[in-house]
Each structure stands twice: as C-alpha cells, then as structure tokens.
Design a protein around this ligand. Structure first.
Ligand SMILES: Nc1ncnc2c1ncn2[C@@H]1O[C@H](COP(=O)(O)OP(=O)(O)OP(=O)(O)O)[C@@H](O)[C@H]1O
Length: 608
C-alpha cells in the first residue's frame, strides 16, 4: 500500500545516513556533537509519537511530555533502585508510557477534538505535583540525581556504546513507524482522521483505532524518556514543562506532522537552531511560537511536505489533473462470486424526537437480487440504510442478515458481518490512491495484526499479496484499472462513486447498500453503473439500492419497495410498481404514468 502524504525513504540513503551517524564516535566527532545528535534523536522520537496520533490519526492527543516524563522517571527509578539494564528499563518505560498515553487519550473516546487537546495538553501541569507526591522515589522538586550509566545484558555501556544504541533504536523505531504508516494500519488511521463514519463502514472500530493510535504514539516517547534519564544521569520536573510541550508541537508542525521523517527534520531544526542559540534563551517561547506559526501557515505538511514536493518536481512527477471517468470499456471482467446473505427487515421503527422517520417497515432483500428502495425526500430511505448498517439502532423491530440479528450492533461490527455501503456524498479520504482505497474496504474483514505489519512478518506479506490480487480483480471488473495509482480524491464524481462501490465490495460483502449511487452521474456513468450492478447480481451479492431515478430502478431492480412518510406503500417488481394505482395516485396524481418518470421526486430531478 502506498500513501500520498508519506515520504518514501530512499532505503540506501537511509542505511548510509544511519551508518554514518552510528560511526561518528570513530570518525572523530566531539562529545558535544554526539550529545547534540542524541538530543535530536530523543526529540525526534517524542515528535514521531505526536505525528502518529495527530498527523496520521488526527487525534489531538497532546500529552507527549507527560508520556516522555513517565518513561524517564520509570527508567530513573528502576536504574537507581531496582535493576539497571537498558533492555529492562526501556521495556518498562515503554509499558508505562503506553498506559499514560492511553489514559490521557481516554477523553478522546467521548469528547474528541479540542476538548482532548486541552485535557491532554494540560496534564503536563500535573507533573511536578506527581513527582513531589512520590518524592522519596522520584527526587521531588529538587530532582532525581545519581542515575547510573546504563548496562546492557550485564555489560556496562560506555558513552560511545550508549550513543550507538540510541542511534540504532531510533533508526529501528523509524523503520517500524514507516512500516505502519505505509501499510493498511496507516490507511486505517488516515480513514479515521478524515471520517469516523467511513472508518466504521469499512469495519474498523473508531474507539479501537483511537486507542491503538494513543498506544503506539506513546511507544517512542517512552523510549525517548529512557534515553533522557541515562543521558544526564539527572531528572528534574522543570525539564518536563509547558515549554517542552510547545517545542514538540513546533517541531511536529515544522517538520510535517503527517509524515514519518518530518519528526527527524523538525527535531533537528529545533535542536540545532533555537534550542541551542543563546540569544533565543530569553525569547525562547516567542521563537518556538514563530516556528509553530511559520510551519503551520507557510508550509503545507511542514518541511517534509516541501522536500517531498521538490523531490517529485526534480523527478518530473506532478499531480495529474482530476481523472475523469469516461465510458467503461467492453473488456470488464466478472466480479468474484460471494455467498450473498438474505436481509430481513421486520417491523422496524425509528423516531427522532417526535418525528416518526421509519414506521413499522418490513421487507426482504435476497442474494443475487437488487432491491430498490424508492420514495420522495424524507420518506425514510437513508434512515433505513443507516439502521441496516448500524449507525442507528431501531426503536422497535429486528434486522437479520442470513441467520444473524444485526440490529443493535455498532456499525463497524455490522460491516464485519459482511455489510458494505456507499454514501450519498462519496467519502473518499485524501492521501490514498485508487488501489489503496479499495484495500481499505478489507480492513475489517481481513485483519492483520499491528505487530505483523510493523515487523513485516509473513502474515503481512500474505495479506498484502491478497490485497493486491483482490483490488486488481475489482479494478478490472469496475473499469478502474487505468486509475490504479491516481490519488482517489482527485477523481471525477462518476469514478469516485464507482470506487466507493468497489470499496464496499472489496471485503467480500454479502450485502451491499447503495445510497443514491447514480446521483450526479451523466449517461455514460449510469450506463457503466448498470453494467456493474448486473455484475454484482451475477456475483451473488444482495444489493439494496436507494434511488430516485426510476428509469435506472426499472433497468436493474428485481424488487421495488416504495416508501411514503416512513411506511411501506407498496412492494413489487418494477413493472408492477409502475402500474400500481396507489403509487401512481400518490406520486403523480390521477392518470399519471410512472414509467416515463425519471425521478419520483421533482426536486431531486432538478438536482440530477
Ligand atoms: N439524524 C436525524 N435527526 C433528526 N431527524 C432525522 C435524522 N435523520 C433523518 N431524520 C428525519 O427523518 C425523516 C426521514 O429522513 P431520511 O433522510 O431517511 O429520508 P430520505 O427518504 O432518505 O430522504 P432523501 O431522499 O432526501 O435522502 C426526515 O423527516 C428527516 O428529517
């Protein structure tokens, strides 16, 4: 999987850079230089955690300083009083950092946005009080002194060896971060950032994804804390203050928060620049503020984004113009067969306050058939789609898929049971190619563990091969193969609708819900859509289609369910519905002819 926002590392250059940095002690670098590089590595680790939670997952969890402090104090305490082995102290620092990361992120599960930012940012103010409360063990306000130099597996580490460990572990973390960012897990974070609704629709739990982001974002800060404790053999609560929070934020924004290596760039600029230069001392907060504003206002995705764009220009790659759909070729392949499941909606009712949006609705949708829901604006079609896909819970009635009751389940669980859907306005995240977007449709149905992804275990490669095969099959069936590498958000509306449809199918969905999928499409697009709908039927998928365009309904639907004011007015084949007296009288008045009606609702007709 690729991502538009992440810089792809030139692996060779990366290995050389890490090798040169690690060899600095033997290349005659001074102690001051080694210390500076160590400080850059420590800051880069903390900032990379921010990039992961904020830049990738879009969570305003800003508790990096408390997390970093937790890692540092745990290391200091263990090394001084319990066991001084870098492996043990680092693992303990990571574990405690993850706990602090998750706990400080918890408000984000309910509140999100700025409330999370404020609560997590100001946890930093508690650090001196917490350190003071455990003064006997953590040194209180005066600081913790006498942290011994680290040992590793029973061998004391000389300063140069410690330096090499810092470089090696930092390089390893950035490799892991990069592996996550360019994988399906990175896409999962990106989808959550841009639309929690879409995240649920593709089967990923918004809460679970947020918790994962808080947890992995805390890992590098815990490692950084461990290194910081050993570096100066001294810890003071003063170090872990608001100023450091602002430095981290400035480095993140300046480097580029939605990038892997932006953390290194931002940390290097801050450490080599304003944090070193004495003249900044007095005005340090002002200087950091300026860096924050410059990074935020002038640089789209920070210095990393700028480097990325320059690199693309040098390589002669510029963003292609919006890709238009155009007519589908004749060479479309069939969709892979699936085991469709019957949908049964029984007596479903849903109120919004005093408004009875859906009133005792029952209907069936069968595998290998297309069931159309039609009716004027406000008749309850979208509410029924949202009830089936788990965004709403019915006040009464049940919805079953095959032999499983799905009503009452949260949306991501419904998706995992094999329900895919599209939206009235296509939800296509920025930063993903067409192929990557199709892969996101498999996130819930074909999970791969984070560990397998981060460490590139065989399970990861197997899943990647499957993802590529399935997405290629779907692209060939939907005529999307010529757009495979195009940024999905740049596509024309017709192609975006087709892509959403592909994503809904990609996980092997037994039931696919299409909400006004033809809206805004031209004749070529609609012709292509009809062919694809025929393929879905042939593949055995159960399709429920909300549609205003009765010509399209007539062309594709096996069964039509007509709704009026939240109730089922009639059910039948398109031909039966077209001549149903009640339907014709209700919508067209005495003597009307629905067969020639493009749209049941005149307002929608104007829009279409
Ligand atoms: N989240 C909500 N809160 C309050 N009322 C809602 C909500 N969602 C839908 N409704 C109301 O429920 C009724 C049915 O709306 P719904 O969107 O399901 O109709 P629809 O047939 O899909 O209309 P359209 O064709 O315009 O999409 C409307 O009266 C609408 O105002």
């Amino acid at each position: 999987m690729t991502q538009g926002t992440a810089i792809r590392p030139l692996t060779g250059a990366w290995i050389v850079a890490v090798g040169v940095l690690a060899a600095l002690p033997w290349l005659g670098a001074s102690g001051a230089t080694l210390r500076l590089v160590t400080l850059v590595a420590i800051l880069a680790l903390v900032v990379s955690g921010l990039n992961l939670t904020l830049g990738y997952a879009g969570e305003l969890a800003l508790a990096q300083v408390p997390i970093y402090a937790a890692g540092a104090y745990v290391t200091g305490y263990l090394a001084t009083a319990v066991i001084n082995d870098l492996l043990v102290t680092m693992l303990a620092a990571i574990a405690v950092a993850v706990v602090v990361g998750v706990v400080t992120g918890l408000p984000g599960l309910r509140l999100g946005g700025w409330t999370l930012a404020i609560t997590s940012f100001f946890v930093v103010l508690l650090i001196p009080s917490i350190v003071a409360a455990f003064g006997d063990h953590l040194g209180g306000y005066e600081g913790m002194i006498g942290i011994p130099a680290p040992a590793l597996l029973g061998t004391d580490l000389e300063p140069d060896a410690f330096y090499v460990v810092v470089i090696a572990v930092t390089a390893l973390w950035f490799l892991v971060f990069r592996n996550i960012a360019v994988s399906r897990h990175g896409a999962r974070l990106l989808v959550l950032k841009q639309s929690p609704i879409l995240a649920a629709a593709v089967g990923t739990s918004p809460h679970g994804t947020k918790m994962t982001a808080y947890a992995i974002g805390a890992v590098p800060a815990g490692i950084a804390g461990c290194f910081a404790a050993y570096l100066d053999a001294y810890l003071s609560p003063v170090t872990f203050g608001l100023e450091l929070s602002i430095v981290i934020l400035a480095a993140g924004i300046l480097g580029g928060s939605a990038s892997v290596y932006g953390a290194l760039i931002g940390a290097a600029v801050m450490q080599v620049g304003p944090m070193r230069i004495a003249v900044f001392d007095k005005y340090s907060l002002v200087a950091y503020g300026v860096f924050l504003v410059v990074g935020g206002l002038l640089l789209r995705n920070g210095l990393a984004g700028l480097t990325h764009r320059l690199w693309r220009r040098v390589r002669g790659r510029t963003t292609p113009p919006a890709a238009s759909a155009g007519p589908l070729g004749e060479d479309l392949v069939d969709l892979p067969a699936v085991e469709g499941q019957a949908l049964a909606v029984r007596g479903v009712t849903r109120r919004f306050g005093g408004n009875l949006a859906v009133d005792d609705v029952s209907f069936d949708a069968r595998p290998g058939q297309i069931t159309a829901l039609v009716g004027p604006n406000g008749s309850g079609k979208t509410t029924i789609m949202n009830l089936i896909s788990g965004y709403y819970t019915p006040d009464a009635g049940t919805i079953t898929l095959g032999d499983q009751v799905i009503s009452g389940l949260p949306a991501h669980r419904v998706a995992r049971r094999g329900v895919g859907r599209t939206f009235q306005t296509p939800l296509i995240p920025q930063g993903l190619t067409v192929q990557d977007t199709l892969v996101t449709g498999r996130l819930g149905s074909h999970p791969v563990s984070l560990l397998a992804t981060a460490l590139r275990l065989p399970r990861h490669w197997k899943a990647l091969a499957e993802e590529r095969r399935t997405s290629r099959e779907i692209m060939r069936a939907l005529g999307l193969d010529r757009h495979a590498g195009t940024p999905a958000a740049d596509l024309a509306l017709g192609t975006r609708r087709m892509l959403e449809l592909g994503r809904a199918i990609a996980g092997g969905s037994a039931l696919v819900l299409l909400d006004e999928v033809a809206s805004g499409l031209d004749e070529d697009d609609i012709h292509g859509l009809v062919r694809v709908l025929d393929k879905m039927r042939a593949a055995g998928i159960t399709v429920v289609l909300v549609e205003h365009n009765f010509s399209l309904v007539k062309a594709v639907a096996d069964t039509v369910v007509v709704l009026a004011e939240g109730r089922v007015l009639a059910v039948g084949t398109p031909a039966e519905i077209a001549t149903d007296d009640t339907v014709v009288r209700t919508y067209l008045g005495e003597g009307g002819d629905i067969t020639g009606t493009r749209i049941l609702d005149s307002e929608k007709a104007a829009k279409a």
